[in-house]
Design a protein around this ligand. Structure first.
Ligand code: MRU
Length: 363
């Protein structure tokens, strides 16, 4: 996507320097820093510390991680062990294991390490292109849903609520939840986006607001608790969120707080859509509540809030310094609260039969 007139992605392979480059998302929107990944440890650190985040991007970073691991592994056993470590960097987004396994299985077919390295790099780049294209198609398939609401409202503003950042920073290009928004905006439909700030790391306030603003899309940042009130007062026409892992039966793991938005949407008869590429389905799981691993992160992310002050990015402590905090990073929204999925193959309802109709072979 374009930032100040320049095309940029959240990750890319730089052919000149032969390194993987990423945008360090921890510092956005106040500082724009590009960092190099040179080893598997760099990739693991970037995923764990959330320099990169968002399910599809974590998957692509894992895929490039296999390339970085291959560069520094003397044996296949070592390479396989490194890939295991990369997959364990974050537990919830299924795209990570998918990306690593996809590249590793191709790499293991090659004889020499020179071939393995080249294959890993090329497959990782292909996965990045695949995810970009998936998101473009999600935009195409989501557009009619927004068009329909706009028609019903006689062209009046369509208000869309989103949670966290399921934008291009999380997904290479376009985003998942944001792709239909860009498609609608580019068609001249009047839209406005309510952006949940998304505590504790404020991916909505920092990243989604920044992305939408750069594209000229009207948006308003709200506290995480405001959505229910807005829905009760007719100020939300639809909700679109992303997901980190969705079961074959349609249960959705996404950023903590998503479930509460789904409940409020249901209570107010507001469509609640989840936009995702097929790489975010976990075809092995049915019961999301029971089976999806929920990441628990450092409680300091809850206790401290990051912001821009006197020319630099700083952290400040909010609760009493002795108070413990808990940091559950994701929750699961049961399929019964989801109106539909917007995928690269079209829109379907949140049940196994409909999902399998779009993805009969589970991929
Ligand atoms: O902890 P994060 O920032 O990696 O969480 C990201 C989300 O919850 C996104 O909504 C999800 O990955 C979908 S991204 C298309």
């Amino acid at each position: 996507m374009k930032v100040d007139g320049k095309n940029i992605r959240p990750i890319w392979f730089d052919t000149e320097s032969q390194v993987v480059r990423i945008i360090d998302q921890r510092l956005l929107p106040h500082e724009f820093v590009i960092t190099d990944l040179k080893t598997a440890d760099d990739a693991i650190m970037a995923i764990k510390e959330m320099y990169v985040r968002g399910a599809p991007l974590i998957g692509v970073t894992g895929a490039y991680g296999v390339y970085l691991a291959a560069l520094h592994s003397e044996t296949e056993d070592k390479l396989i062990a490194e890939c295991r470590r990369i997959k364990a960097a974050r537990p919830t987004a299924v795209n990570l294991a998918w990306g690593v396994d996809k590249v590793l299985s191709e790499v293991l077919k090659k004889e020499t390490f020179a071939e393995k390295i080249e294959t890993a790099r090329d497959r990782a780049s292909e996965i990045a292109e695949f995810e970009a294209e998936n998101c473009r198609k999600i935009g195409e398939h989501g557009l009619p849903l927004i068009q329909e609401i706009s028609r019903r409202k006689n062209g009046k503003t369509v208000n869309i609520l989103t949670h966290c950042n399921a934008g291009w920073l999380a997904c290479i290009e376009y985003g998942t939840a944001t792709a239909p928004m860009y498609a609608a905006y580019n068609k001249g439909i009047d839209i406005h986006v309510w952006v949940d700030e998304t505590r504790p790391l404020n991916q909505g306030a920092r990243l989604t607001a920044w992305e939408l603003g750069k594209h000229g899309i009207e948006h308003t940042v709200i506290t995480d608790n405001a959505g229910g009130h807005l829905m009760q007062h007719g100020m939300v026409d639809m909700v679109i969120v992303g997901t980190d892992r969705t079961t074959a039966a349609g249960d959705v793991a996404n950023k903590i707080g998503t479930y509460l938005k789904a409940l409020a949407a249901k209570d107010n008869n507001i469509p609640f859509y989840v936009a995702l590429p097929s790489t975010t389905f976990d075809w092995t799981l049915k019961d999301g509540l029971r089976d999806i691993p929920i990441e628990e992160r450092n409680p300091d992310e809850v206790r401290y809030v990051q912001g821009f002050d006197k020319g630099s990015v700083r952290n400040v402590l909010v609760p009493p310094k002795e108070s413990p905090a808990a940091n559950y990073a994701f929750d699961v929204t049961p399929a019964r609260l989801v109106t539909g999925f917007i995928t690269e193959r079209g829109v379907c309802r949140a049940n196994e039969q409909d999902i399998r109709r779009l993805f009969p072979s589970g991929s």
